[in-house]
Design a protein around this ligand. Sequence first.
Ligand code: PMP
Length: 402
Amino acid sequence: SPGFDSARVRADFPILGEIIHGKRLAYLDNAATTQKPEAVLRALDDYYRHRNANVHRAVHELAARATAAYEAARDRIAAWMNADREEIVFTRGTTDAINLVARSYLAPRLKAADEVLLTTMEHHSNIVPWQLAGAKTVAAPVRDDGSLDLDAWRAMLGPRTRLVAVVHVSNSLGTVNPVAEMIEAAHARGIPVLVDGAQALAHVPLDMRALGADFYTASAHKFYGPTGFGFLYARRELLEGMAPRDGGGDMIETVAFDGSTWNEVPYKFEAGTPDIAGAIGAAAALDYLAGVGLEAVAAHEHALLEYATARMPTVPGLRLIGTAPDKGGILSFVMAQAHAHDIGSILDQAGVAIRTGHHCTMPLMRRFDVPATARASIAMYNDREDIDQLVDALKTVARLFD
Ligand code: PMP
């Protein structure tokens, strides 16, 4: 697309130069995890070389540097989300963030027969934590094109609904859910909403003030940052009313054998030495994303999605699953001739990295009556050559299994 130099972006990601089985790498497994630009690798290296120390309680220069960089990362993330810094709780990722809400927010408020209203396209990490917290999980249906049946979802909002939780962008289908509309509908009934933004942050502009979400979760490794780091956004008053989940260093105000008191938000949810490098790397990733420009990225990815959506069905026996009108750069598919796993292995030999399986969305696989799909997912550094390499390899699969 115009104004977007995908060759230059690609050159920022050193790993994309790897030769795979003698072939150019077409990395199309971005929904699983994204690659890291030089700027993020440099930030991590710089931290360990020049600033490494434990954060907070700083009485020496390195600890002051580490703390400054770590807390600057919170400011960076808060600015990206249009939230206050106190509303950003650092976590290990989306899974950890949802588990925190399930344990510290939902569990103590849960009454018998209370429900968490989900959709059939939720990731396991937005299903199982609610069940572990003791809630009954119910899910609104997904239409044949992979879009949410919003009318059915509305009809399921009821007096037993204690919380609504919904994926912003489906990792299996690419479907973008109408989360603003859903939040409005839930709030009209006084029901709080958690949005799982794991697949959204690197592709969709986010504004917590405008969106009105009560909880929003993200994982840095899906937005060009390091693994093992993510965050929970939560409205401040909700955080204030939640008890900590984990006890330990840093989350306390005072500790005594007859009882302890908690630090202020967000620190009362951050027990122990945190992933300092993870926070710094995540902030560097947001700076990089902002430098390229999220709007340009989204336009580029959309153009590639359209290109792939037109080309992939030219492969004999291939069927796309998930063709919702509002869709991110994720292409799930099955082939009449071959199992998803065989597709993935043959593509690997051609230098094409995709993912196969249930993508942690077993209820969705059941809905579409498939055990697994093959999934190609697009990031900012992908180009038409990647899609052509994918389609050529898929044609080889069709020929081999004919
Ligand atoms: N939700 C969605 C939609 C995801 O795609 C993922 C990652 N596959 C998760 C949640 C879990 O994220 P993480 O593994 O980073 O905690």
